[in-house]
Structures are given as C-alpha cells and as structure tokens.
Design a protein around this ligand. Structure first.
Ligand code: CP
Length: 301
C-alpha cells in the first residue's frame, strides 16, 4: 500500500525524525544511486507555486523518477472532470505517485475516502495544510540549533490565511518547541490560538529564537485588511529597528514568496540572520525523503 502524506498531524515524532534523518542523508549523499528509477510521478498544481513545484521536480529527478507535469489549463478538469476521476485516470495509466496542490482542502481530503494504489502527497491545500513546508522548516531549525527542546518560534503575520502555520504548529510542538503567534488583530486565528498564545509584536520579536514571518495572502482576502505596505511594515513587519531587539543567535525564516517591504524590510531578506534561501534548498532534501517514504521508505537502488 502507498504511504500518503496528508498533514504533519498524521506523523508521530518518530516518523518526523525519520524524514529529517533521511533528508540529512540526501543532503550529504546526492551522488548516491537513484532509488526510485523509472517510477512515474505526476505533479498536479491547481494553485500557483514556484518553490514547492520545482523543488518537488528536482527531488523527483534526483531520485530517478519519470516526471509528468499536469497542465491544469489544458486538462479534462476544464471539462468538469472531478479530481478523484483525474487521479484514478492517472493511476490507471501507470502513475504511482501524485503530488498535489489545491485551493480547496475538501477536494484533497475527498481523495482519501477512496482506495488508491498511487501515493498522494499534499503540496499545499488552501489555508488548511502544507506538510512539506513544515518539514523543511523543522529541518532548517534543527540544522541551525541542533537540540530544539525549549526553543521559541514566533510566527508573525497573516495567521488566519496561512496553511504553513497550521502544519507547523503540530511538528514544532512535537519537538518541544514553544510557538507564539503575532500579527494584525484582523489576521488572528482563534483555532491556532488554542495551540499557541498570541503575543504583541515587539514582545514576540524579543522572545523568539526563530522569527518566522508570513506573507500577507491578499489573494485569500475578501476585504482590505490594512492601509498599505508602509503602514503594515511599520506596525507588523520585520524592520531594521525590530532586528535590533532580536536575540543575538536568533534567525529569520519565511516560507516565501516574500513581499519585500511589506512583512519584511527589503534588505533583511539577505541579512546574515535570514535563512530564507536555505529553507528553499532544504526543501529538495525533505521532498526526496517524503517521496521515498511514499514508496515504503529506504530502497536500495
Ligand atoms: N512556500 C511555498 O509553498 O512557495 P510556493 O507557493 O512558491 O510553492
């Protein structure tokens, strides 16, 4: 049976550790034989993506897979074919794994009500879940700090529209990391605040070992929730002034894409504290580990 990846909440701490360990293996051993030679994978992205889509494709090719990139605009989904029928069609013609991003979480959840022979990996579902982003975030934090127990991660910004915060809340807390939330009152999320306290912006920045900034997801807003970029940056963004109150060893993260000059000052993206581009590199190793897991774990090529 295939091993799906729906969300981090389905993974025990041991499973999380296994994925991180395997990602570390791939980071150090990219020249090793390709264990998934000849296996067919289809990437179905019904929402825009740069990092997730291409890092999955790089991971798939590094593992030796045959990669099919589904073109949503010219597919039969435009004729009304359902997602489950699309997946079953791909399965029928030999696709063994499906990587999917979709705006409607319910569409992805529905897939798991069916008995599927191919593995399904969630590459981001609406504002519900983004498990591989959470895994690469955890990997990045662990790589930088080693022991994670007792670290404080402040997740700051558009909490209410973020799938990243939801998946991260589970995996970070599983590793004994304290999570605090901050951002504009109009972007708070009471469900998330049942798992992590909301803290005023400047206090969150002072306390945090990791300041994880979130993009304002304007495409998911049905009303204007702030006055403008300058106003947002000065009230809720990571400015050079706020950088001064960060702990000396603390780091900056962001799932990206970044709105430079909105949630983070333009030049701080390349600041030595920023691990934003390192997160993207780590995403390839994590996705290699997740793809291997979909086929039953470590396979000798
Ligand atoms: N972080 C992230 O999911 O980026 P993309 O939307 O570009 O994939």
């Amino acid at each position: 049976m295939p091993t799906h990846l729906i969300d981090t909440i389905d993974l025990s701490k041991t499973e999380l550790e296994e994925i991180l360990e395997r990602a570390a293996y791939w980071e150090a051993n990219l020249d090793q034989p390709q264990p998934l030679q000849g296996k067919f994978v289809a990437n179905l992205f019904f929402e825009p993506s740069t990092r997730t889509r291409f890092s999955f494709e790089v991971a798939e090719k590094r593992l030796g897979m045959q990669v099919l990139n589904f073109q949503t605009a010219v597919s039969s989904t435009t004729k009304g074919e359902s997602l489950i029928d699309t997946v079953k069609t791909l399965e029928a013609i030999g696709v063994e794994a499906i990587v999917i991003r979709h705006r409607e979480p319910q569409e992805i959840k529905e897939l798991f009500n069916h008995s599927l022979q191919c593995a399904v990996i969630n590459a981001g579902a609406g504002k519900w879940a983004h498990p591989t982003q959470a895994l690469l975030d955890l990997y990045t934090i662990k790589k930088y700090f080693g022991n994670c127990q007792g670290l404080c991660v402040a997740i700051v910004g558009d909490i209410s529209h973020s799938r990243v915060v939801r998946s991260n809340l589970w995996s970070l807390r599983a590793f004994g990391i304290d999570v605090i939330l901050s951002g504009p009152p109009s972007m708070r999320d009471l469900e998330c605040e049942q798992l992590a306290p909301y803290v005023p912006m400047d206090e969150a920045i002072r306390q945090a070992d990791v300041v994880m900034m979130l993009r304002v997801q304007l495409e998911r807003h049905d009303q204007q929730l702030f006055q403008g970029a300058d106003d947002y940056l000065s009230q809720y963004g990571l400015t050079t002034e706020r950088l001064q109150v960060m702990k000396p060893e603390s780091i900056i993260m962001h799932p990206a894409p970044v709105n430079r000059g909105v949630e983070i000052a333009h030049d701080l993206v390349e600041h030595p504290k920023s691990k934003i581009f390192e997160q993207m590199s780590n995403g390839v190793f994590i996705r290699m580990a997740v793809l291997e897991r979909a086929f039953g774990g470590i396979i000798n090529a």
